[in-house]
Design a binder for this molecule. Structure first.
Ligand SMILES: [Zn+2]
Length: 88
């Protein structure tokens, strides 16, 4: 039987099947973006489907910590916007 990959939400730490989460990636070039395909190359971080968690990505430092980088507020706002537009 194939194991379902489990990941936790950056904000609330709740664990879910990774396909139920939204993936954010930092690639080799240091760009941070929302990855709707779940397959982009780079280091991934996940956020759950709760709007409160998605919105908090903007204000919290969790994303910066996960990627060990200072992420521009513009990039964070773009990620939040794109996740909201892609909501399942
Ligand atoms: Zn969450």
């Amino acid at each position: 039987m194939k194991k379902v990959p489990i990941r936790s939400c950056l904000i609330c730490n709740e664990k879910s099947d990774k396909r139920a989460l939204y993936r954010i990636v930092k690639n080799k070039e240091g760009q941070v973006f929302f990855d709707p395909t779940l397959r982009a190359n780079g280091r991934g971080a996940y956020v759950c489907e709760k709007e409160s968690c998605i919105e908090k990505l903007k204000d919290s430092k969790r994303l910066d910590k996960a990627f060990q980088a200072d992420i521009d507020i513009e990039d964070k706002e773009k990620i939040v916007r794109e996740i909201m537009e892609n909501k399942k």
